[in-house]
Design a protein around this ligand. Sequence first.
Ligand code: SF4
Length: 308
Amino acid sequence: MNRWGEKRYHSLDYDLKQNYGEKVYKITLDGGMTCPNRDGKVGRGGCIFCSASGSGDFAGSRALSITEQIARGKKELNGKRPVHSYIAYFQAFTNTYAPVERLKKLYMEAIQDEEVKILSIATRPDCLGDDVLELLGAVNRINPVWVELGLQTIHPATAAFIRRGYELPVFEKAVKDLRKLGITVIVHTILFLPGETKAQMLKTLDYLNHMDIQGIKLQLLHILKGTDLAEEYKKRPFLVPDMQEYIEFLGTCISRLNPQITIHRLTGDGPSDLLIAPLWTSQKRTVLNTLHRYLKEQDIWQGKEYHE
Ligand code: SF4
């Protein structure tokens, strides 16, 4: 198996090396946004799993400008190795939820750095109005733009439980609108949400297999301090997989996944000071090494069980 270099799946690293000839590093930014699922426009309290930093626990400081955050990110990365190419990743909160003039200023500031090769924007599918789409299309003509949509699951009961705050057709429209503009779409999913069976998780994957998306994040549910999910877990502890169970299930997911879709994440690394469970995920290297060994032993590769 050497279709994707040394890995048995279509990894982001592989794609970036193919397209840019070298490893491209992510600088995680905080553009000072909020979220309609927190400020009352869609809901209050946010998604049940979302931390106080709006799922941007590793993002730069919002007290700094984008230029300063990029400079700081570069300094940290360059201290360990020579780096020439970056992804400017707006991660914290909802990064298309602001007046379009403000968004334009933030995005343009990020891409004015010549070493920023890609602008990556995490957002909600219900925050992509016509003016925002027009802006994203214009920026995409200057620098490649990726938009990451937080879907998590296709199942309405789970979506209600996690307080996602939008229905599936909203996601489908967002994907179509972004693809019309030639924008790369990445979908964030969460595995082992409370109450979901493995068959349901695979159904979400099968659904995405047939959508026009280019990337996927498979994030294991993390229970973080200070979230409503942590309260729920305390009151009614639910199943959290151990490493072996998770690796075996990931093997099934990888095997089912459309080989055209790039995998951007396979586990997730919650900040150790906030992580309540599963604690084994903080050993990210061990998890990935164990997964790679498992895929080899079981002769699994991405798309082995995928049928068009
Ligand atoms: S949409 Fe994103 S930022 Fe908003 S509450 Fe949910 S996870 Fe947090």
